[in-house]
Design a protein around this ligand. Sequence first.
Ligand SMILES: [Zn+2]
Length: 181
Amino acid sequence: MGFEVIGNRKQFDEAVHTLIQKPASNALWTFLNGNDIKFIVNIVDGPSEFGALLNGGLYHPTIMWNPQKDLAIFGRNRPEQQIQKSWRTVDGVPVRVETLKWVSKGDPKDEILPPYICLAHEMGHAKQYAENPALFTSLGTSESISNIEAIEAENLVMHEWPICLEHNFKVRVNYQDFRSR
Ligand SMILES: [Zn+2]
């Protein structure tokens, strides 16, 4: 069904035009236009974010997007998934534990992600919403914090990383790897 834009549509159209030149961004855009959900894009002065807003008894998946605001990150090259082995003591018995971890070699470099990448990040959340609306409408409950962490981690891996890399930007390995300016 696509997007209803509230505010200056020109900046949104320009950002989309830049995004859809590359395959992963284009696939995300095509997905969001190809289902029966109407997404609202609200052009704002404040921070960019995604939410499912309850209005008149219906949830409206809404992207708040600030076309002037970029995002400074500690940028790294493409991360790899590695198994991290460690020991933990359970009831006095040492147990070997293996966990999966995303790692990236080398020191992080300052990288500025432009507003259109921030829009793509929020579009990634819109896709997550389309795939699992209950996850978003449950935010605000006791599981909120861990749900938000899981949502952000998945959004990085599935959407933000491929989109950053195809537009020749470094990536943040963890959602928290940004800095305020
Ligand atoms: Zn996010």
